[in-house]
Design a protein around this ligand. Structure first.
Ligand code: GRF
Length: 269
């Protein structure tokens, strides 16, 4: 072993990781002592698959050796962010607010946006934030482990549904117990269940002549809108409020509270 491998940082890395020590030593040797001090991330990924370059790959093509050393040697656990995956089928205004909220957060990141709808505007929003996306179809979602595997590979900590219209299958529920949450534009259990989404909810509230409505953030189970409630916020409905006004009032509350609730949950995970 050459002298350069015996430094303090190298020894502490051996304590943290054991097995990929040799590969990292090779990497250090190859990239630091023989090559420029900037590493192409795709190459790094190939050099050793255990290097979690996913976070970097979102925004960078290259990474400096210093960043690798900080992330994997000096204090690997400190630098690992908690990771969110957002599922959405449509516009994604909530997804947008969540991505904005965590954009500069050094402990939490939106690692992936998934959709069953290849035309969903949320995919464009994800691109704007340089968040990777994954599109799947019904067969993949209900009959295979494709989606679970994608989430697993990216070390997702929390699954956030934001306007996602399909029921969550058992394999996903088992993989993320109490780690899948949803937001609903009404005060559950009122105006929830199969078929109650989008304007149908607001129209039903309007038809009922309610004086109050709100939003619900809840854990997801095998039924539509039935998991344990995490948080509710309310607003008053004026007699002349239109559907658009009710929708807007609800949206304001959703955008304000969903990112904060996500942050609080992740602090406990
Ligand atoms: C929101 O109203 C949310 O409550 C419901 O779906 C809607 C999604 O809206 N689950 P957007 O796509 O985030 O604008």
């Amino acid at each position: 072993m050459k002298r350069c491998y015996r430094g303090k940082a190298y020894r502490s890395y051996r304590i943290f990781t054991g097995r990929c020590l040799v590969s990292f030593g090779q990497l250090l040797h190859k990239s630091y002592f023989r090559a420029p001090k900037i590493i192409h991330l795709r190459k790094l990924d190939k050099i050793h698959p255990n290097f979690d370059v996913g976070g970097w790959l979102k925004t960078e093509k290259f990474v400096s050796l210093g960043a690798i050393v900080r992330k994997h040697i000096i204090n690997p656990s400190k630098n690992v962010k908690k990771r969110i995956a957002i599922f959405a089928s449509g516009s994604g205004s909530n997804a947008q607010k969540i991505m904005e909220y965590f954009k500069y957060n050094d402990q939490i990141e939106v690692a992936l946006v998934l959709s069953n709808n290849p035309d969903a505007y949320v995919l464009q929003r994800a691109d704007n934030f340089e968040v990777p996306t994954h599109i799947f179809d019904k067969h993949a979602f209900y009959k295979t482990d494709e989606v679970v595997d994608v989430l697993d590979r990216l070390h997702i900590d929390l699954v956030v549904l934001a306007g996602f219209l399909w029921l969550i299958p058992q394999n996903l529920l088992r993989k993320y117990p109490n780690k899948i949450i949803n937001i609903h534009p009404a005060l559950l259990p009122a105006y929830g269940g199969k078929g109650m989404y989008g304007d149908r909810v607001h129209q039903a509230i309007l038809d009922a002549g309610d004086e109050e409505s709100g939003i619900t953030i809840h854990f997801v189970n095998e039924h539509f809108d039935e998991g344990e409630v995490i948080y509710q916020a309310r607003f008053h409905i004026q007699p002349d409020d239109s559907l658009e006004v009710i929708k807007f009032k609800g949206q304001q509350l959703e955008h304000l509270h969903y990112p904060k609730i996500i942050e609080n949950l992740l602090k406990k995970i």
